[in-house]
Design a protein around this ligand. Structure first.
Ligand SMILES: [Zn+2]
Ligand SMILES: [Zn+2]
Length: 395
C-alpha cells in the first residue's frame, strides 16, 4: 500500500478537520457552518469555490497544471462527499463529541468531507493531472435529497463533467478493503401511506359496520405475499409496515385506519412492479372487507446503480492501492439508500464502500456510539488522488 508523502505529512491536520467537523454536526440544508468551513479550506488551497448550490452545497474547481499554458485536457470529473449529520444525540465521551444535543455525525459524513478536503489539498499542491476536478460537497444526504437539489440548481450545466464518483465508509468491512459493485449498490427507498376507509359504529353491533381495523390487519398479512410469492427470490425486496393508527375507544369501531411503511428494491423494473402489486393488494383486500383503501406510494431515492466501465476503473485504482485481493466485487447490495443515485442517473460513475473495520466498540452507522474510523482517512484520500491521476493522466 503506497500512501504519498504529502498525505502522510498533512494527516495530523486532516484528522483535526475531521474532529472539528464531528463536533459541529448540522442537519440537512442547515450545513452553514460546515459549508463555510469547506469553502474556507478550499480557498486556502487556491481552489475556485462556488457556494449555495442546493442551498448549502459547495463545489470547488481545480484545473490541472497545463491549464494556464492554454493546454490541458477538456476532460472533467466530479468527486462527491456528503456533509450532513443525523437527528440523534451522541453518546460518545471523547473531546470532539458533538456540541449539540440531538445532532450527530453518526454516518461518517464528517470523515467523507475531511477526506475530500484532504484530496483537494494534496491535488492542489502540484496539480499534476490533465483536465478539471470538481469537488462536490453536497447537503442533506440523509433523506433530504441534497444531491438532487444540486442537480436541479444546474450543477451539471455549470460544471460540465464526464463522470461522477462517490465513496462511503463501511463499518463491518475490514480496513484496507474496498467493495465495488458492478451494478446496483444501494436500494431504492420508497414510502407508502394508506388510509383504509370503512364505516364505524358500535363495537357490540359489528354487523352494522365495515370494520377498517380488520381490513387493515388482513392487508398487512396479504402484503407479505409480495416478497414470498410474487418476487424472484434472487431479486431482493423489502415491504415493511411500520406504523398503524386507528380507533379512539374500546367500544367503537372506527371510521378509518391508517398505516405507513417502506418498500425497498434494488432493481428499477422490480420497483415499478412492486408498487403496482402493493396498490392492487391494498385496494382488493380492502374491498373484500367492505372498505376502500386510499393508497399513496411516494418515491424516495432511486436505486443507486454503478456504471460498468467506471466500476472497472474504480476496481483498477483500488487494486493498485490496496492489492487486488482486498477489492471485493461480489458483495450483495445494501437495502439502505443513497442519494448519489440521482447523480449516477445523469452521469456515468461509481460509488464504492471503503472498509472501516469493526470501529470503536463495533458500532455500525447510525448508532449513538458510532465514530468515523480515522485510520481510513489516508486510504480514502489516496483513492481520490489515484482516481484523479488515472482518470485525468498527464500527457
Ligand atoms: Zn446515513
Ligand atoms: Zn451516510
Amino acid at each position: 500500500m503506497k500512501i504519498s508523502n504529502e498525505i502522510i505529512n498533512f494527516l495530523p491536520e486532516i484528522k483535526n478537520w475531521r474532529h472539528e467537523l464531528h463536533s459541529h454536526p448540522e442537519l440537512g440544508y442547515e450545513e452553514e457552518w460546515t459549508s463555510n468551513f469547506v469553502a474556507e479550506k478550499l480557498e486556502s488551497f487556491g481552489i475556485e469555490v462556488h457556494k449555495g448550490l442546493g442551498k448549502t452545497g459547495v463545489v470547488g474547481v481545480l484545473k490541472g497544471i497545463n491549464a494556464n499554458q492554454g493546454g490541458g485536457g477538456n476532460k472533467a470529473i466530479g468527486l462527491r462527499a456528503d456533509m450532513d449529520a443525523l437527528p440523534m444525540t451522541e453518546e460518545n465521551e471523547f473531546s470532539y463529541k458533538s456540541k449539540f444535543e440531538g445532532r450527530m455525525h453518526a454516518c461518517g459524513h464528517d470523515g467523507h468531507t475531511a477526506m475530500l478536503l484532504g484530496a483537494a489539498k494534496v491535488l492542489s499542491l502540484k496539480r499534476d493531472f490533465d483536465g478539471t476536478v470538481y469537488f462536490i460537497f453536497q447537503p442533506a444526504e440523509e433523506g433530504g435529497g441534497g444531491g438532487l437539489a444540486m442537480i436541479e440548481d444546474g450543477m451539471f450545466e455549470q460544471f460540465p463533467m464526464d463522470s461522477v464518483w462517490g465513496m462511503h465508509n463501511w463499518p463491518g468491512m475490514e480496513e484496507r478493503t474496498v467493495a465495488v459493485h458492478k451494478g446496483s449498490v444501494m436500494a431504492a427507498a420508497d414510502r407508502f401511506e394508506v388510509t383504509v376507509n370503512g364505516s364505524g359504529g358500535h363495537a357490540a353491533m359489528p354487523q352494522a359496520t365495515n370494520d377498517p381495523v380488520l381490513a387493515t390487519t388482513a392487508i398487512v398479512q396479504a402484503l407479505q405475499q409480495i416478497v414470498s410469492r410474487k418476487q424472484n427470490p434472487l431479486d431482493s425486496v423489502v415491504v415493511s409496515v411500520t406504523q398503524i393508527n386507528a380507533g379512539s375507544g374500546f367500544n367503537i369501531i372506527p371510521q378509518k385506519a391508517d398505516f405507513i411503511g417502506t418498500i425497498r428494491t434494488i432493481n428499477p423494473d422490480t420497483r415499478i412492479n412492486v408498487h403496482k402489486q402493493f396498490t392492487d393488494i391494498c385496494e382488493a383486500t380492502a374491498l373484500a372487507y367492505g372498505c376502500v383503501a386510499d393508497v399513496s406510494v411516494i418515491k424516495g431515492y432511486p436505486v443507486t446503480i454503478n456504471h460498468a466501465d467506471e466500476s472497472e476503473k474504480a476496481i483498477e485504482v483500488a487494486s493498485s492501492l490496496f492489492g487486488a485481493e482486498s477489492v471485493k466485487t461480489n458483495l450483495s447490495p445494501s437495502m439502505g439508500a443513497e442519494d448519489f443515485a440521482y447523480m449516477l442517473e445523469k452521469k456515468p460513475g461509481s460509488y464504492i464502500w471503503l472498509g472501516a473495520g469493526e470501529g470503536k466498540s463495533g458500532c455500525m452507522l447510525h448508532n449513538t456510539k458510532y465514530d468515523f474510523n480515522d485510520n481510513v482517512l489516508p486510504l480514502g484520500i489516496s483513492y481520490w488522488e489515484q482516481l484523479v491521476k488515472s482518470e485525468l493522466p498527464l500527457r
